[in-house]
Design a protein around this ligand. Structure first.
Ligand SMILES: Cc1cc2nc3c(=O)[nH]c(=O)nc-3n(C[C@H](O)[C@H](O)[C@H](O)COP(=O)(O)OP(=O)(O)OC[C@H]3O[C@@H](n4cnc5c(N)ncnc54)[C@H](O)[C@@H]3O)c2cc1C
Length: 365
């Protein structure tokens, strides 16, 4: 039995691809149920990673049914709402709601494969593998342990002493319901897909969602700890006081909870020496800022490729983990380098111009 800690996209992809090949696993997650929290905004699935993983999971056709048509249209604006780039989508990187994607993987698993309400609080090596301790005091020993438990992984310390470092940038996630009828100016500013408004080392990164909502990340450079305090909507609007009203309105007319998301990253090139019986996938292995748009895609690729390596080495778990890590480390480094350099480039003067140029070079290449 393979033990996976974390029922995010990485852990669920791993469990599903193993199941497709008849290999049993159990997934533990600290959330009390699958509906315990909102899963966040839209994700674009890349051909070589997220889409590949969905094919390996036998879920590609089902995925296509959930794609938001036109959701990959892109607009890049400066703070005066001047349009620097406007592109229709081309379906190369189709967009799907993160919750729908998670459910696709989750409900493809056998009943009971995910155990909710199991927070891992400790882990230690024992003779026959690793012993997990859960918040309620229960323990479990496993021969093969996979940490898919995200940024603040409890499993990572078994292989590495590195910790995520604050990037200096914080996101505040906001939502605007009933956009088409209730907020037509904001709907027009956002377009049918993604809006990137960048200027003055700040940004509003918004996306139209299938249920006629806009989900936006308001990005601000702030000291560490800022996001831990109570950030108010008025305070946030004030930080964009000199921005065009249609952009500022995305913040001012948002409703409900403000969810702060300080952006952390592991060191670029994070890696470890092989430790018997344990490995990591996704953010646990290579947390990076979202500015390469790769984190979820890589987590799913990791899950799929680790499962395939286990299938290919049925009697030799160490060979499987070694083969998986040998391919994972370099691709994670490349993505982490890109996301670290994009974070710097987009949040300095003329960030919108640079982003528009970047999108144009993708289209040309
Ligand atoms: C604002 C923002 C925007 C992003 N946009 C994109 C994007 O457009 N495209 C993209 O590809 N990526 C994006 N990412 C990155 C992406 O969200 C992550 O890389 C991805 O979710 C990682 O998946 P994961 O399965 O490794 O970890 P997670 O999704 O973090 O899942 C970890 C799971 O482990 C569980 N867990 C944690 N600790 C424990 C514990 N102690 N015991 C038991 N369970 C535990 C959690 O409850 C969770 O379910 C974005 C990230 C952010 C912050």
């Amino acid at each position: 039995m393979i033990t996976i800690v974390g029922a995010g996209l990485g852990g669920l992809t791993l469990a599903r691809v193993l199941d497709v090949h008849g290999i049993e696993s159990v997934v533990y997650d600290l959330d009390s149920s699958p509906t315990a929290r909102h899963q966040g905004g839209m994700l674009d699935m890349h051909e070589e990673s997220g889409q590949m993983a969905l094919r390996s999971a036998g879920l590609f056709d089902e995925f296509r049914r959930h794609v938001l048509t036109g959701g990959d249209a892109t607009r890049v604006l400066d703070k005066h709402a001047a349009v620097l780039l406007e592109e229709e989508g081309n379906d190369k990187r189709p967009e799907i709601d993160r919750g729908a994607l998670r459910d696709l993987l989750l409900y493809a698993l056998p009943e009971g494969a995910v155990r909710w309400g199991f927070r891992v609080t400790g882990v230690r090596p024992v003779d026959s593998g690793h012993e997990l301790t859960f918040a309620d005091g229960r323990t479990e020993v496993t021969e093969l342990l996979v940490g898919a438990d995200g940024a603040w992984s409890r499993i990572r310390p078994l292989v590495s002493t590195d910790q995520p470092v604050y990037s200096g940038l914080s996101f505040v996630e906001i939502r605007i319901p009933d956009v088409a009828a209730g907020h037509p100016r904001l709907a027009a500013a956002c377009g049918e897909g993604m809006l990137f408004a960048l200027d003055d080392e700040r940004g509003i990164l918004a996306h139209r969602e299938p249920n006629d909502e806009i989900c936006a990340y308001v990005a601000v450079k702030q000291p560490s700890g800022w996001a831990d305090g109570a950030v108010t909507r008025d305070e946030l609007v004030g930080l964009f006081a000199d921005w065009h009203p249609d952009l500022r309105g995305i913040i001012a007319e948002s409703e409900g909870e403000l969810i702060t998301r300080p952006i952390y990253a592991l060191p670029v090139g994070h890696r470890w020496s092989r430790v018997p019986g344990v490995t990591l996938v996704g953010d646990a292995a290579h947390l990076m800022s979202p500015f390469a748009g790769e984190g979820a895609n890589l987590a799913m690729q990791d899950g799929a490729e680790l499962a395939q390596a286990i299938v290919a080495h049925p009697k030799d778990a160490e060979a499987a983990l070694g083969a998986y890590e040998a391919a994972m480390f370099p691709r994670a480094r490349t993505a982490a380098e890109e996301s670290a350099s994009n974070l710097v480039d987009l949040f300095r003067p003329n960030g919108a111009r640079r982003l528009a140029d970047m999108f144009m070079s993708f289209a040309a290449g």
